[in-house]
Design a binder for this molecule. Structure first.
Ligand code: ZN
Length: 342
């Protein structure tokens, strides 16, 4: 009898413990005179040397403010859900069937959190990387605005990585954050990214902008982005309290939640107007707080674009066109957010 119970206990444990066959990458490492591409195919690491000219190895930060942009699409919190993201972008005509840029001179904003939770983070990053190049050559832009999960990984907080990436790191022989170190193509590219941008009259950031943040850190977006980039490689335990707060405080750009009463403090309309005035803008678009669709608050002053793509089942985008705001559903239908006149 004892034996049978033991057997029943151990059989499922063994099957969970077995390592799955994985494929991942490429991770491209920058050496002095060459690039080394490491891809994992069926749990085997395949190495190949690439010419140094195959990829840019220097990524300069882009400007933080853009004007006269005709159409903008924003989404966030992809969390490694590559397949759903592709479907969403295709149906909303941002990319075509071959996954190439199809949004002309439009701007695509990814408002943070591509990393963690899901198991196709690398695929999403390379897609965004490619679209950025294609968009630019069409007169459009892709902006990847960093979220708390990007900073967590780069600052060596690996609590939320999918278990597949524990395996990937082991196979390549590096800690997971080192797969995106400053000596890799995607790592350098990530380190050039902003934490806050403004397009027309819309500010985009992952968590949100608080009055406290603006009082303490100023309103100059170039300076804020420079500051956010400066400690991107500093592990949490090495930060002093002011730097820790910049990244992890409740009022930080990447963790703030107070626009949403279900998550934070529930500000008044006057509080929001004050923040908008300080920012010299009319709307703020954020991710980080999950809903089952794109949402608006404070009569279209604030938009939340975390539509729970992370669950891998459904997601939406926000389309901004001719000063109108629309939910773009997974099927690609547009539903306008009508402003209440008061
Ligand atoms: Zn977040």
């Amino acid at each position: 009898m004892k034996k049978i119970i033991l057997l029943l206990l151990f059989v499922p444990l063994f099957s969970i413990g077995q390592d799955a066959i994985i494929s991942d990458g490429p991770y491209i490492f920058i050496e002095k005179n060459k690039l080394i591409k490491k891809s994992i195919i069926n749990s085997e690491v395949i190495f190949s040397d690439l010419d140094k000219s195959s990829y840019d190895t220097l990524y300069l930060p882009e400007k933080s403010t853009y004007n006269n942009v005709k159409k903008i699409i924003a989404l966030s919190d992809i969390h490694g859900q590559y397949d759903l993201t592709i479907e969403l972008l295709k149906n909303n005509k941002v990319i075509d069937k071959e996954l190439n840029w199809n949004f002309g001179k439009g701007h695509l904003v990814i408002a943070g959190d591509i990393f963690d939770r899901g198991d196709k983070v690398n695929e999403v990053l390379w897609l965004v990387y490619k679209l950025e190049i294609q968009a630019k050559s069409d007169g459009g832009r892709v902006h990847f605005v960093l979220g708390n999960h990007e900073f967590m990984v780069l600052q060596k907080d690996l609590r939320y990585i999918h278990k597949k990436y524990i395996e990937s790191s082991k196979l390549i022989g590096l800690e997971y954050d080192q797969l995106y170190s400053d000596k890799t193509i995607l790592g350098r590219w990530l380190r050039s990214k902003p934490s806050i941008i403004k397009i027309n009259n819309n500010v985009f950031t992952h968590g949100g902008v608080s009055e406290e943040f603006l009082i303490n850190r100023g309103v100059d977006f170039e300076k804020i982005n420079l500051m956010m980039r400066y400690y991107i490689d500093t592990p949490l335990e090495q930060m002093n309290s002011s730097i820790y707060d910049l990244y992890n405080g409740e009022k930080s750009l990447i963790w703030y939640r107070d626009y949403f009463k279900e998550y934070g403090e529930d500000l008044t309309d006057a509080d929001i107007s004050k923040i908008l005035k300080m920012l010299n803008t009319k709307h703020i678009v954020v991710g980080h707080c999950s809903y089952d669709q794109v949402v608006q608050l404070y009569n279209n002053k604030i938009f939340g674009v975390d539509s729970s793509i992370k669950n891998g089942k459904y997601g939406e985008v926000l389309l901004i066109k001719k000063r109108k705001f629309f939910r773009g559903t997974l099927k690609g239908e547009l539903i306008e957010f009508k402003k209440k006149s008061n």
